[in-house]
Ligand binder design. Structure first.
Ligand SMILES: Cc1ncc(C[n+]2csc(CCOP(=O)(O)OP(=O)(O)O)c2C)c(N)n1
Ligand SMILES: [Mg+2]
Length: 374
């Protein structure tokens, strides 16, 4: 017997039955389908470019997991399976839009021209963030679950008061949707009509907690209780993610206020390299989601329509391998910071207490050198 809990069928692998209210423009088999509200015209060149992005970010991610396993990174949060959600939404942003990520948005970072090695720096523990948010319009990674939604709404309200023509997007997960911060952010965004897009990657899991521990209704429907629209998109469909996010950003820029986008996807890897998902989820779930792979469907589409040939795919694979090698070499070459570097970038202005603490610390370290003990 089938028991329905929210939108999940208890006897089917989690999230695998595509919910009926999902915006999809490209099926898992690579067939283009229409949607009355979200149509998009993409040239063959644009689709090839999206494919390239998807493959390259997956390659960077794979290299980062390997680097962690070899002891070169302290930790890594893999984006495996979520490439389309991130590239689709990331490519929808214009240069002046601002993005607030969590810790898994390596694909969005790619779209914002953040050098992947800079992401690795934080996970290697050689810096406290790695890039200048203002230079890329991409905020620093945020580990405190959901807190960036409030930062983003505050930023968006600032943009609104400046009268600027830019939207803000904020990324968070299904687990984060249950945080107080996220719900407060929804309220602020709603009542001030803030130009912000809430992009929730529902990857079905919050570490070991399944989606049905976060909500009894489909997540995108939460938005209506806060007074703004919500839409659920196939998070493994890069065309649909691009189309839906583009529209929501446009609405924000045009004064229509916030939108919640729920990108329905799946975390194919572990939560982070410190996690072992075989302890809490079944292999059949993973196998079922493999059939919905975000890259394979674009490849199938390109092949079927003769928009790309084998030579093109080989070229992208070679480019991905070269990128993987380059990222690895530059990661290993990153110098260890001087111990006193931890006192930098805490405050923008000089700070007397911090200066005192740094001096104390340097004196302490100098004591080892004097005694020859290192
Ligand atoms: C405020 C807070 N509480 C708990 C944690 C520990 N924590 C880290 S990741 C995570 C789960 C997040 O799940 P989700 O929002 O679905 O994002 P995902 O990791 O699946 O991308 C938790 C509970 C934290 N970092 N911050
Ligand atoms: Mg999650």
């Amino acid at each position: 017997m089938t028991h329905r809990r929210g939108n999940v069928t208890a006897d089917a692998p989690r999230g695998v039955d595509a919910p009926p209210d999902l915006v999809q423009l490209l099926t898992p088999e690579g067939e283009r389908v229409d949607h009355p509200d979200y149509d998009i015209e993409l040239t063959a060149e644009e689709v090839r470019s999206l494919y390239r992005d998807l493959v390259l970010v997956r390659r960077v991610d794979l290299e980062a997991v390997a680097l962690q396993r070899q002891g070169e990174l302290g930790l890594w949060a893999s984006l495996l399976g979520q490439e389309a959600a991130q590239i689709g939404s990331g490519r929808a942003l214009t240069a002046t839009d601002m993005a607030f990520p969590t810790y898994r948005e390596h694909g969005v970072a790619w779209c914002r021209d953040v050098d992947p090695v800079k992401l690795l720096g934080m996970f290697r523990g050689v810096n406290h963030g790695g890039w200048d948010p203002a230079e890329h319009n991409f905020h620093l990674y945020t580990i405190v679950i959901g807190s960036q939604t409030l930062h983003a709404v505050g930023y968006a309200m600032g943009v609104q008061r400046d009268g600027a023509d830019a939207a803000t997007i904020v990324y968070f997960g299904d687990g984060a949707s249950a945080q107080g911060d996220v719900n407060e952010a929804f309220i602020w965004a709603s009542v001030f009509n803030a130009p912000v897009v809430f992009f929730c990657q529902n990857n079905q899991w919050a570490i070991s907690q399944p989606m049905e521990r976060q909500t009894k209704i489909p997540l995108y429907q939460r938005a209506s209780g806060f007074g703004f629209p919500g839409v659920r998109v196939d998070g493994n469909d890069v065309f649909a993610c691009l189309a839906v996010t583009r529209q929501a950003l446009r609405d924000a820029r045009e004064g229509q206020g916030p939108t919640l986008i729920e990108a329905y996807t799946y975390r194919m890897g572990a939560h982070t390299t410190s996690d072992d998902p075989t302890r809490y989820r079944l292999a059949d779930e993973l196998e079922a989601w493999k059939l919905k792979d975000p890259i394979e469907r674009v490849k199938a589409y390109l092949f079927k329509n003769q928009f790309a040939d084998q030579e093109f795919f080989d070229k992208i694979d070679a480019e991905a391998d070269a990128l993987g090698k380059d990222v690895r070499a530059r990661c290993l070459a990153m110098p260890d910071p001087k111990p006193e570097a931890m006192f930098q970038h805490v405050y923008t202005e000089p700070h007397a207490l911090l200066d005192e603490e740094r001096e104390q610390y340097l004196t302490y370290l100098a004591g080892f050198e004097a005694g020859g003990e290192r």
